[in-house]
Design a protein around this ligand. Structure first.
Ligand code: URP
Ligand code: ZN
Ligand code: ZN
Length: 480
C-alpha cells in the first residue's frame, strides 16, 4: 500500500531555516508530508543530493513587447526551458504599458503569450503613462485580477515616470493594496552625462558605466524611498548594483520604512572591466545599473548577509549580440547609448549564486533558499511557492552540491546567442526540477510540455500593508 503519488527519497531537505535528512511525499501536485520514511507509487532517489524549493525568480523580462512592435527575444517556451534547466519553477515577468495606451488590451496579450509557459508565472505591470484612468480604474482592476505589483522606471526613454507620476502611482498602489517595484537611476543625470560623453567621442560600451555611475543610482534610490515614505507605501528596489545604494536602503529599513531590495548575479560576478572588452564585445555585459568596479561585489555580499538585500533575481533580458533586434549592433547601433540594456541569466542564477555563495562559504544553503525562493515568494504574495511544508506546491529542485559545470551558451538553452557567463566554472548543479510534482527537467533535458505552467493570481497579504505612519498624520493618497 502506498500513501503518496511520488516520494523523493533519501535527500537532504533544505528549507529557509533548516537542513535535515527526510523523504518528501507528494500527492495532487502538493507536498503532503516531510518525514523520515515514506512510501509512494513512484520513488525518486535523492541520496547525495540537496532537495530545495524550486527557484522563484521575481524579475524576468520574457517576451516583453517594445514600442516598435518587437519583443524580447526569449519567449515563454525558451525562457521556461532555460528556467527549468537552472532549477527555477516560478517567474514574475512584465506586462508593459505604452504611453498613450490603456493597460487592459496589452495585459490580455501577455496572458495569451504566457499560455505556452512551462513554469508558473505572474506579472508586474509596468506603468509608463500616469493618466487618471490608469490611477483610478486600471490599477484597481489589475489588483482585482491578481496582479499585485507595479513597476516604475525612474529612467529610460520612453518608459520613465517623473516624481509627480511616481507619487500618484505610489498613492494608487496604497489604495489598491499593491507593491511598487522600482528601477532607480536619475533620468536627467544620465542624459546629461551621455550627451557629454558622446560629444567627447566616447562611444564604446565601457562608457555605459561612465554615463551612470553609482551616485546616479543612489540619488534615485534615496528619492524613491523618500517619496514612498511620504505616501507610506511599501516598495521594492530592483537590481541594486553597489554598496552605497544598499547603505541608503539599510538606513531606511532601520527607521522602519517598508523597503525591500534585490541584487542580481551580474553584480556579483561581472564588472565594469567586462564592458571594456575589444570592439563592441562589451555590449554583452551592458545592463542597467551597470556592473561596477572589480571587487565591489564583496560589499554586496556583506549587505546580503545583513539582510538589506534579501532577494537575488536574474533580471533576465533577452537581447542577442548578433541580431538586429537584440543588442542592435547588427542594426547599426554604434555607440553605447543605442545598445539595448540587459543580460540573460534565468538559467545561470541559481548555479552562480550557489557556487559563489554556498560553495565559497559566503552564505549557507538555507540563506541560498531564502534569497532565491522563500523571500521572493513571500514578498510577492506567491503563497504555495518557495517552501517545503505540507500544503505547498511540490515545486522542487534536486541539487548536486559538488557537480562542477563550465557554463556555455548551449547549456543555457535560451533563445539568446550568448551568455555573459561563458567559460565560468560553477560548483553545484540542478539535476532534476519538479513543477507541482511533475518532473519538468531531468539531467539537463526539459520534459515539461508547453502550456503546463499556470498563472498564479496573487491575493491580499499583510506584509505589503502600509505602516500607518504618515507625515502630520495626513493621508494625501486619498486624493491623488
Ligand atoms: O539593463 C537592464 N536591467 N535591462 C532590463 C530592464 C530593466 O531595467 O530592468
Ligand atoms: Zn530595471
Ligand atoms: Zn529588469
Amino acid at each position: 500500500m502506498t500513501d503518496y503519488d511520488v516520494v523523493i527519497r533519501g535527500g537532504t531537505v533544505v528549507t529557509a531555516t533548516d537542513q535535515f535528512k527526510a523523504d518528501i511525499g507528494i500527492g495532487d501536485g502538493r507536498i503532503q508530508a516531510v518525514a523520515e520514511t515514506l512510501k509512494g507509487a513512484r520513488q525518486i532517489d535523492a541520496s547525495g543530493l540537496l532537495v530545495m524549493p524550486g527557484g522563484v525568480d521575481t524579475h524576468c523580462h520574457i517576451e516583453q513587447l517594445r514600442v516598435d512592435g518587437t519583443a524580447d527575444e526569449d519567449g515563454f517556451i525558451t525562457a521556461s526551458t532555460s528556467a527549468l534547466i537552472g532549477g527555477t519553477t516560478t517567474a514574475i515577468t512584465f506586462s508593459a504599458q505604452f504611453k498613450g495606451h490603456p493597460i487592459g488590451p496589452s495585459l490580455a496579450e501577455y496572458h495569451r503569450r504566457a499560455g505556452s509557459a512551462m513554469i508558473d508565472y505572474s506579472f508586474h505591470q509596468i506603468i509608463t503613462d500616469v493618466t487618471d484612468a490608469v490611477i483610478h480604474k486600471e490599477i484597481p482592476a489589475l489588483v482585482a485580477a491578481g496582479i499585485r505589483s507595479l513597476k516604475v522606471f525612474m529612467t529610460y526613454d520612453p518608459l520613465h515616470v517623473d516624481d509627480r507620476g511616481l507619487l500618484r502611482v505610489l498613492a494608487a498602489a496604497r489604495r489598491a493594496g499593491a507593491l511598487v517595484t522600482l528601477h532607480c537611476e536619475n533620468y536627467e543625470a544620465i542624459r546629461w552625462r551621455t550627451e557629454a560623453l558622446l560629444a567627447a567621442g566616447h562611444t564604446a560600451p565601457k562608457y555605459h558605466a561612465w554615463a551612470r555611475p553609482e551616485v546616479v543610482e543612489r540619488e534615485a534610490a534615496y528619492r524613491a524611498i523618500a517619496l514612498a515614505e511620504l505616501v507610506d507605501q511599501p516598495i521594492q528596489i530592483f537590481h541594486v548594483s553597489c554598496t552605497e545604494v544598499a547603505e541608503e536602503i539599510a538606513r531606511a529599513q532601520a527607521r522602519g520604512v517598508k523597503v525591500w531590495a534585490e541584487t542580481c548575479p551580474q553584480y556579483l560576478v561581472l564588472s565594469a572591466d567586462d564592458m571594456d572588452r575589444p570592439g563592441f564585445e562589451g555590449a554583452k555585459f551592458m545592463c542597467s545599473p551597470a556592473p561596477r568596479e572589480k571587487g565591489a561585489a564583496e560589499g554586496l555580499w556583506a549587505q546580503i548577509r545583513r539582510g538589506t538585500l534579501d532577494i537575488v533575481s536574474s533580471d533576465h533580458s533577452g537581447f542577442s549580440f548578433g541580431t538586429a533586434q537584440g543588442k542592435g549592433i547588427a542594426g547599426g547601433a554604434n555607440n553605447f547609448r543605442d545598445i539595448a540594456n540587459g543580460v540573460p541569466g534565468v538559467a545561470a542564477r541559481l548555479p552562480l549564486l550557489f557556487s559563489e555563495g554556498v560553495a565559497r562559504g559566503r552564505i549557507d544553503a538555507s540563506e541560498f533558499v531564502r534569497l532565491t525562493a522563500y523571500n521572493p515568494a513571500r514578498l510577492f504574495g506567491l503563497t504555495g511557492k518557495g517552501r517545503i511544508v505540507p500544503g505547498a506546491d511540490a515545486d522542487l529542485v534536486l541539487w548536486d552540491p559538488s557537480k562542477k559545470v563550465t557554463l556555455t551558451n548551449t547549456i543555457m538553452q535560451h533563445n539568446i546567442d550568448y551568455t555573459p557567463y561563458e567559460g565560468m566554472e560553477v560548483t553545484g548543479w540542478p539535476v532534476m526540477t519538479l513543477l507541482r510534482g511533475q518532473i519538468a527537467m531531468r539531467d539537463d533535458k526539459v520534459e515539461a510540455k508547453p502550456g503546463s505552467g499556470r498563472f498564479i493570481p496573487r491575493g491580499p497579504y499583510d506584509l505589503i500593508k502600509p505602516t500607518g505612519r504618515l507625515p502630520n498624520g495626513f493621508d494625501a493618497s486619498a486624493f491623488a
